[in-house]
Design a protein around this ligand. Structure first.
Ligand code: ATP
Length: 820
């Protein structure tokens, strides 16, 4: 039995179906727990491990390394116990895949295991859960939960973090509510002492939602859902080429028993022809059937010239009478009624697997940090919490409320509590993926009915700067929406340069069909600003009789919009609605939390860093200094560092100087010194290209190499244009469609208002030239003249950065606790 030391003993378990990101949760909880002075444990095999407990006599890692005290002086200012904990663990726990052996020591019969800092090293990049998960029938029984309570008390554990789906969190809530009675039963049965009963009168518990379905109403996103979406879109991208080659139809069944998030987002991101999701049974016109509607829609697409058909069916899809809709049945309908050569692909467990995407590394880390905070702050009078995310902010919801919402199984209600993105994505799907005639649109369609027609032209200008993932998807959505509304979508190739060269043509519904998954920029980009010849630009606007302007691009596009709006004083041609949809890997447009392309680049960075890390680990003791793009904005470097577990990050906002470099060298020396013999690993340093003009990547690399001596070596890698990404990430594609459609309705509304103006020369108000921004989960329009007040025009970024604090977390997770 472990001795009580007075500090919080914190255990983490993963339960239910595995999901990508669970390892990142465990890593974050263990690391932050140690940094906050806790003793950290893992429970293997979910609740089953809790029920079984430890039958072997001693805990793995029960003793600290004998040489720990010798190292403590090296880490000046850091508490001894922390220094010891940083050294604690050897980085290979449970890694041999059997789950039962650990460096010659057996874990057999031990389900509750003490772990240290290095035990969770590198867990980021691994899919599934390395500590095992299970569905435990025993935990559903009161005897099982009594045994679980006994096992926790035996090890002196007083705080528990549970990462799992709805069932697991319901179980956690039940365990929490029963805890006092479990303790008194154990006391009555003589299984624990009075002292133990008193000490463990309250179990601190926290839940994190790990589920690939994104089926929890109290959070915008569940851990693992973004990665599952990646797997689905990769599969559809692969299927697309074979489907087009053979002119086939494919029906894909994807996971989602109660929630159609995966099917919907996959449908939007991959340009599917039809989707079936549980929340919205297919709606038919009176007297019709959904089979008729689906066939008519797909026939329409084929007649328009499509050579392939993709239908996505969520596993929980059903019709209006709640009869299940199965992929095999959809195949029969397509084969028999349309004569299509149709295949069914059930993605099944491939959706769960693989390396977590960037988001499934970032979200679990931020939530893990919050979970430890919640446990440390918990008292018998405070509720137990579920950690969620709302509007890009990490939240706490009382576990009881979360469990109640789950128990009710009221998914319509649950969906209404979700973020607006779901509905906007549904809107996006209908607007961009189908050629429905108006009468066939779903009854509760969210698309605003067309109140006006832009009588002639709508201009789509692909502007400025470097290409970014999602630009093509945004153009495709805008073009398709325009066509549906009866507008004429014109594309300008090569930005303002192309405009002056008259490089303009109209785009067609079919012409943009395959653009969703294409990286780069089909229309080309250019950095020329309109003030190169504002008069000539105005003349082109007039000549082509443009009625509205959409610009997709980075900081230059914002600047261009500002120039055009300011130019309204002199040029009547600019008195049209104009909008800018931010798309830049740098994510440097002010006031928006995300630009199109930033997620794709983060994923490109994570992929590259995973490979580099592997090489760094192979050569052990090597520090890789990785240079990222991003201009004078440190977003990509900072979030990339969080998503890859980098040790140090250099950003333009914070800059670099000799002092910081000296501290960093010292830190690296200490950190390598703390590594167990023969167990050193590669470490990453991420440096934004503009962090310093003096301390360049080359200089820093040489400096580390020189100073590392026998402890570590150093190499550099510049990711350069690879960060502009190949295939856009599903998040960027879905976001592109959603935002692009909002831009189109914005243009329509302002065009409508302008049409109502009487008088000869129309005066567009300043708010009709605006940038679309994401703030929390809300879309906000910011007039360009207002935005300029929040912009640092010299450094081409916003004056404030919402992610600024993350740098501290990155460095704390590398073992620099003084920062916390
Ligand atoms: P997924 O979303 O992948 O299905 P989940 O957490 O919902 O994950 P479940 O099988 O429902 O998966 O639950 C996992 C485990 O949580 C169960 O095997 C059981 O041990 C425990 N559990 C679930 N519901 C309860 C409950 N009502 N009471 C006690 N324990 C429960």
């Amino acid at each position: 039995m472990s001795q009580s030391t007075g500090k919080m003993k914190l255990a983490v378990l993963t339960s239910g179906g595995d999901s990508a990101g669970m390892n990142a949760v465990v890593r974050a909880i263990v690391k932050i727990g140690i940094l906050r002075g806790c003793e950290t444990w893992i429970v293997r095999e979910g609740y089953e491990g809790l029920v079984r407990g430890n039958t072997q006599a001693h805990a793995i890692h029960a003793d600290l390394p004998a040489d720990a005290s010798a190292l403590k002086c090296a880490h000046r200012g850091v508490p001894t116990n922390l220094t010891r904990n940083l050294r604690f663990g050897d980085g290979d726990l449970l890694r041999d895949g059997t789950g039962d052996h650990h460096h010659g020591r057996t874990l057999k019969g031990r389900y509750i295991v003490r772990v240290g800092w290095d035990d969770v090293r590198g867990w980021f990049a691994e899919g599934g859960t390395l500590i095992g998960t299970a569905r435990s029938a025993a935990f559903r029984t009161s005897e099982g939960r009594l045994s679980a309570a006994h096992n926790l008390i035996k090890e002196g554990i007083d705080a528990l973090a549970v990462c799992g789906g709805d069932g697991s969190l319901t179980g956690a809530d039940l365990f929490r509510s029963e805890w006092p009675s479990l303790v008194s039963q154990l006391l009555t049965q003589g299984m624990i002492t009075e002292e133990q009963a008193e000490k463990h009168g309250h179990l601190k518990i926290v839940g994190l939602v790990g589920s690939i379905d994104n089926d929890m109403s109290m959070t915008d996103l569940t851990i693992g859902a973004p990665t599952a979406l990646h797997r689905i879109c990769e599969a559809i991208d692969n299927i697309n080429s074979t489907a087009a080659s053979h002119s086939r139809a494919f029906v894909l069944e994807v996971m989602g028993r109660h929630c159609g998030w995966l099917a919907l987002l996959a449908g939007v991101s991959s340009g599917a022809d039809f989707i079936f999701i549980p929340e919205r049974p297919p709606q038919t016109i009176p007297g019709g059937t959904w089979e008729d509607d689906m066939c008519e829609a797909i026939r329409g697409h084929r007649e328009a010239g499509k050579r392939k058909t993709i239908v996505i069916v969520a596993e929980g899809a059903h019709d209006a009478d709640l009869q299940p809709i199965r992929a095999e049945y959809v195949k029969e309908v397509l084969t028999e009624r349309l004569g299509l050569d149709t295949r069914v692909t059930t993605l099944g467990h491939t959706q769960r697997g693989g390396r977590p995407c960037a988001f499934d590394r970032i979200l679990p880390t931020l939530q893990g940090e919050e979970a430890v905070k919640a446990l440390l702050e918990a008292t018998p009078d405070t509720p137990s919490y579920m950690i969620g995310v709302r509007e890009n902010k990490i939240t706490r919801v009382p576990l009881m409320e979360a469990a109640d919402a789950i128990g009710a199984k009221d998914f319509t209600k649950a969906m209404s509590m979700r973020d607006p993105e779901f509905y906007q994505s549904l809107e996006g799907f209908f607007a961009t993926s189908t050629l429905f005639k108006e009468k066939q649109l779903p009854h509760h369609r969210v698309i605003r009915p067309c109140t006006l027609h832009l009588t002639k032209y709508c201009l789509i200008l692909r502007s400025m700067g470097a290409p970014a993932g999602g630009m093509n998807a945004a153009t495709r959505a805008a073009v398709r929406y325009c066509i549906k509304q009866g507008h004429h979508p014109l594309a300008v190739h090569n930005g303002f340069r192309g405009l002056l060269d008259d490089n303009i043509h109209e785009l067609s519904w079919l012409g943009v069909d395959a653009w969703t998954s294409r990286g780069g920029s089909e229309l080309g980009t250019n950095r020329t600003l309109p003030d190169v010849d504002l008069g000539a630009v105005a003349a082109r606007f007039q000549e082509h009789n443009f009625h509205a302007l959409l610009m997709i691009g980075g900081f230059e596009a914002f600047n261009a919009l500002l120039i055009l709006e300011t130019g309204r004083k002199h040029y009547p041609a600019f008195h049209i609605p104009m909008t800018h949809l931010p798309a830049t890997i740098s994510n440097n447009v002010p006031m928006t939390e995300f630009s199109l392309g930033s997620d794709t680049s983060l994923n490109a960075l994570v992929d590259a860093c995973d490979s580099i890390k592997q090489s760094a680990s192979a050569s052990r003791n090597r520090v890789f200094v990785v240079e990222t793009q991003g201009g004078k904005c440190g977003y990509l470097a900072t979030m990339g560092a969080l998503a890859t577990g980098a040790s140090i990050v250099y950003t333009p906002e914070q800059g670099m100087n000799l002092d910081t470099l000296r501290q960093d060298v010292k830190f690296l020396k200490i950190r390598y010194g703390l590594d167990a013999k023969g167990k050193s690993e590669g470490r990453m340093v991420i440096r934004n290209e503009c962090a310093s003009t003096v301390y360049t990547t080359d200089v820093v690399t040489k400096m580390f190499k020189e100073e590392g001596g026998n402890l570590f070596d150093s190499r550099s890698a510049s990711l350069g244009h690879t960060l502009q990404g190949g295939v856009p990430s599903p998040m960027d594609r879905a976001r592109a469609a959603r935002l692009s459609l909002r831009c189109m309705t914005f243009l329509e509304e302002h065009h409508d208002a302008l049409q109502k103006q009487v008088g000869k020369v129309k005066q567009a108000p300043p708010e009709s030239a605006a940038v679309i921004t994401i703030q929390g989960s809300t879309i906000k329009w910011v007039p360009v003249q207002e935005m300029v007040q929040h912009a640092d025009m010299k450094n081409r970024r916003g004056k404030t950065a919402w992610w600024g604090e993350i740098k501290n977390l990155v460095e704390a997770l590398a073992g620099r606790p003084e920062i916390l």
